[in-house]
Design a protein around this ligand. Structure first.
Ligand SMILES: NC(=O)C1=CN([C@@H]2O[C@H](COP(=O)(O)OP(=O)(O)OC[C@H]3O[C@@H](n4cnc5c(N)ncnc54)[C@H](OP(=O)(O)O)[C@@H]3O)[C@@H](O)[C@H]2O)C=CC1
Ligand SMILES: CC(=O)[C@@H](O)[C@H](O)COP(=O)(O)O
Ligand SMILES: [Mn+2]
Length: 388
């Protein structure tokens, strides 16, 4: 029996993880859950899965939840806040933590989970962008696994099994291109509603905006580089609007191995939980004759400057990726709040990364500091309107 904690259980990945757990009751049980503010959904999840412990964002919410649990005569322990997440991931009833929180808010508890010897199924790419190499070192030291949930990384992970690491020539990371790949109008006029209309995936708001700017692919290139210990210049982006081929690996002999399925996150989430086994899923079987044309195109770095900015930060290394992430989180939040234009996202991130003074020695603390510095710096740009 795999005993899992789902961090971010109210989100897109979190709810799909719980659907999988409900379908695999004999092999997956829920030891813990966390939400930030969606306590009403958490209540339903507690009734259904009877976790040992849960965590919510704030004390007030925790108190209200505690009172409700008492009324229902339920014994679930309640934690809150940042420290609460750290306590939750360490509960002894769990062996695996699914990190489905959005943003670098997932970093500290991922570190604590690894130190508590829990295996990690990671959807939260921001954590890997901020301090991925340090996290992977920590996982090795604590003898725990870090398995990818992100669809492309699950695909790459599966393809890499077809050869040796030394035989990898290139990783071909596929991108849908988002809603604007063929858009030829003024990008500065793109609205939040336009940007949230992803053509192939239904996801949380932050990642959907990242997909629209193609920053998601920049973050994913860094994520792949740290997860699989492959230099960034061996990772190439291919636009594939159908999201059927989830990524590919080219080996020394010229063989290109790909993983395909209909776009449905339940497949990579489940694989991260059943690996090395493959079990039946609810995912619609792929019928290629029905799917029709599969297209592959070169990315347009001019139209999507976030891609260039992310690759530059990755090549510079040190704490640049952490700064990139901090600025992007702030800029995306400001765009969603309608405080800045779509095209300001790239400008803010670029200015922040350019102003970053990296730490000389990379450590988890230095990465956290760089991410925090970038948040303050970019917030300042947003408030002062210097991004114009
Ligand atoms: N959705 C997808 O298909 C994919 C997502 N990912 C990655 O997975 C992660 C989650 O994405 P997604 O599920 O779409 O996001 P959602 O926005 O749908 O869900 C985010 C979850 O995190 C919680 N949360 C938000 N802020 C905080 C915080 N400060 N502290 C603790 N918890 C918080 C939310 O709680 P509440 O609801 O209470 O606010 C919610 O449970 C992201 O890193 C994303 O890049 C990767 C591949 C695919
Ligand atoms: C489902 C998933 O893994 C997302 O990260 C997805 O890749 C986003 O789509 P884009 O390819 O448009 O960024
Ligand atoms: Mn992805």
């Amino acid at each position: 029996m795999k005993k899992i904690i789902v961090l971010g259980s109210s989100g897109s990945i979190g709810t799909q993880t719980l659907d999988i757990a409900a379908n695999m009751k004999d092999s997956i049980s829920i030891a813990g859950l966390s939400v930030h503010s969606n306590i009403e959904l958490l209540k339903k999840q507690i009734i259904k899965f009877k976790p040992t412990a849960v965590c919510v964002g704030e004390l007030f919410g925790a108190q209200k939840l505690q009172a409700w649990l008492k009324e229902k005569n339920l014994k679930t322990k309640v934690f809150f806040g940042h420290e609460g997440l750290n306590k939750l991931v360490a509960i002894y009833e769990a062996d695996t933590v699914v990190v489905a929180i959005v943003g670098a808010a997932g970093l500290d508890c991922t570190i604590k989970a690894i130190k508590a010897k829990k295996n990690i199924a990671v959807a939260n790419k921001e954590t890997l962008v901020v301090a991925g190499r340090e996290i992977m070192k920590l996982a090795v030291k604590n003898k725990v696994s870090v398995l990818p949930v992100d669809s492309e990384h699950s695909a790459i992970f599966q393809c890499l099994n077809c050869g040796k690491k030394s035989e990898v020539k290139r990783i071909l990371l596929t991108a849908s291109g988002g809603p604007f790949y063929k858009y030829n109008k003024d990008f500065s006029k793109i609205t939040v509603e336009d940007a949230l209309a992803h053509p192939t995936w239904k996801m949380g708001k932050k990642i959907t905006i990242d997909s629209a700017t193609l920053m998601n692919k920049g973050l994913e290139a860094i994520e792949a580089s740290v997860l699989f210990d492959v230099p960034i210049d061996k990772i190439e982006i291919v636009i594939h609007p159908q999201s059927i081929v989830h990524s590919m690996v080219e080996f020394a002999d010229g063989s290109v191995i790909a993983q395909l399925s209909n776009p449905d996150m339940r497949l990579p989430i489940q694989y991260a939980l059943t690996y090395p086994d493959r079990k039946k899923t609810e995912v619609k079987a792929l019928d290629l004759a029905q799917t029709g044309k599969l297209e592959f195109l070169k990315p347009n770095f001019k139209k999507f400057p976030c891609l260039n900015i992310a690759y530059k930060a990755a090549k510079k290394g040190l704490t640049y990726p952490a700064a990139l992430n901090g600025a992007n989180e702030e800029a995306v939040a400001a765009f969603l709040d309608k405080k800045i234009k779509f095209t300001d996202i790239a400008k803010i991130v670029e200015k922040t990364v350019n102003a970053h003074k990296p730490a000389k020695k990379v450590s988890i603390d230095a990465c956290i500091a760089a991410n925090a510095w970038a948040r303050v710096y970019s917030r300042n740009l947003i408030h002062k309107g210097k991004n114009k």
